[in-house]
Design a protein around this ligand. Structure first.
Ligand code: ADP
Length: 451
């Protein structure tokens, strides 16, 4: 059975069920009709013969029966017999039962050959004490003809309907399963050719299988995008690592071949140190990213004094940053939230250092923190270079930099800061939005629940 296709199995199954149901209905209908018919025969024959017997008995001048007596009524054939079995009046068209003995008021069912009959006799005693018999006969076989025709017609009709239903059902299932076959072919093509751009593309049907196929296509889109991002990430990461390695290599070669004095050596050593610092920062950020991806980054939620943490970060940043930018912070005391101290500090640092990095000379940064019943909100605004509308959605992507050449060597980033901010925000079930205008400045708003 398992070797048969689903469409064949389903078709066979409901065809079988339909045949069983039709047969049961037919058997019940036939038995019921048979029962009703038999009861009808019995009442008809007894009633008709009895009525005729009454009429005949009333007329004492028998043997000449009155002319208005009907010898065929309600399908019952009747005849008046003399005591020695000679027909006096009426006619019985069934020769086979001529020899059957008379029996007063006894309803009998006889089977002669392939035919069945009901026989009912009434004894009539004449004025001169002569006995005559009134016999009524009804042929079950003849009368059942209608029922047999009805059964035959029903059987043929049921068979035709079952065949039409099975064939129609088979076509519907076959049509409905086309997307499944397409899914199989697509999956096979992808696994054999490793071409993730293949899609099932069956259009937007509303049935379950079409929806499954469309979900499958969406899933393939996601997988393709993720793999594309992975590839981009690996290529960007190797590129970012190659640049400092190349600088270190050339500085080492210079030190070995061309350095004249200690000053030359010191200068090269400083260049190497800067590149090593950059690499170490990159490697540490890559490690954090990888832990974030694998969900192995330790997150320790505790009640954190956000006001205190942000104040410390602001103080540190103003000390580190050498730019002529003024930072104004409005941080009310005692704002607490359940958070990971390290990660939230990282989020503040990334956003504040970006505001410095992309700020303008003698510019401003405004920071504010506030709370309501459920949430805390951190806003950082700058009057720096701003971001164009088309670049805004991309700034959260890994390694994305609007203008990589802009950041000078000492403070150059690698485009991982905001993707980390986004991840930290998600970890805290928060939400971050950005408003920015090229040449005017940017505003980042981070909101997270207190608990
Ligand atoms: P990066 O290491 O380059 O700073 P980020 O992920 O932190 O990487 O930021 C991505 C890009 O978003 C930056 O390269 C920069 O172009 C843009 N950006 C981020 N913050 C600001 C800001 N405050 N003002 C203007 N541009 C910004």
């Amino acid at each position: 059975m398992n070797k048969l296709s689903i469409k064949l199995r389903v078709t066979l199954w409901y065809s079988l069920i339909m045949i069983i149901i039709s047969s049961i209905v037919l058997v019940i209908m036939v038995s019921f009709n048979q029962m009703l018919l038999e009861r009808d025969f019995e009442t008809r024959i007894v009633k008709t013969v009895d009525e005729n017997e009454k009429r005949i008995s009333l007329l004492y001048n028998i043997p000449h029966s009155p002319k208005d007596i009907k010898y065929f009524d309600y399908g019952v054939h009747m005849a008046l017999y003399s005591e020695d079995g000679e027909i006096i009046e009426g006619q019985i068209p069934f020769d086979a039962i001529t020899d059957t003995e008379f029996s007063d008021r006894e309803l009998r069912k006889l089977s002669i050959g392939n035919n069945q009959y009901y026989i009912y006799d009434r004894k009539i005693i004449q004025w001169n004490l002569n006995v005559i018999w009134l016999r009524g006969i009804i042929s079950v076989t003849n009368e059942s003809y209608m029922l047999r025709s009805f059964i035959k017609a029903n059987l043929i009709l049921s068979m035709v309907l079952i065949v039409i239903a099975s064939f129609g059902g088979y076509l519907i299932i076959k049509r409905a399963l086309i997307p499944v076959e397409k899914i199989r072919i697509t999956a096979k093509e992808i696994s054999e050719g490793e071409d993730l751009s293949k899609r099932i593309s069956i259009g937007s049907g509303k049935d379950e299988v079409s929806r499954l196929a469309n979900t499958f296509d969406d899933m393939l889109d996601k997988i393709e995008q993720t793999l594309e991002k992975e590839k981009q990430f690996t290529s960007d990461a190797s590129h970012e690592l190659r640049t400092p390695v190349a600088v270190i290599t050339s500085e080492c070669e210079y030190m070995l071949d061309c350095a004249q004095d200690t000053d030359d050596l010191k200068e090269s050593a400083q260049v190497i140190k800067r590149q090593v610092d950059k690499m170490s920062k990159l490697i540490s950020e890559l490690l954090t990213m990888s832990r974030m991806d694998k969900n192995t980054q330790n997150i320790n939620f505790e009640m954190v004094d956000i006001s205190e943490l942000l104040t410390i970060v602001c103080e540190e940043q103003t000390k580190i940053q050498t730019d002529s930018i003024t930072l104004t912070a409005d941080i009310p005391e005692n704002i607490h939230a359940m958070a990971d101290r390290f990660l939230i500090a990282r989020l503040f640092i990334n956003l504040i250092s970006n505001a410095y990095k992309y700020g303008k000379e003698n510019g401003h940064i405004w920071i504010s923190l506030c709370e309501d019943k459920n949430d805390i909100t951190f806003i950082i605004k700058d009057d720096g270079i701003g971001i164009s509308e088309e670049n805004l959605p991309k700034i959260w992507d890994r390694f994305y930099q609007v203008d990589p050449a802009r950041t000078s060597n000492e403070k150059s980033g690698i485009g991982l800061g905001l993707s980390m901010v986004k991840w930290i925000c998600n970890c805290h079930k928060g939400n971050i939005t950005v408003k920015s205008e090229l040449g005017v400045g940017s505003e980042f708003i981070f909101k997270m629940p207190k608990k």
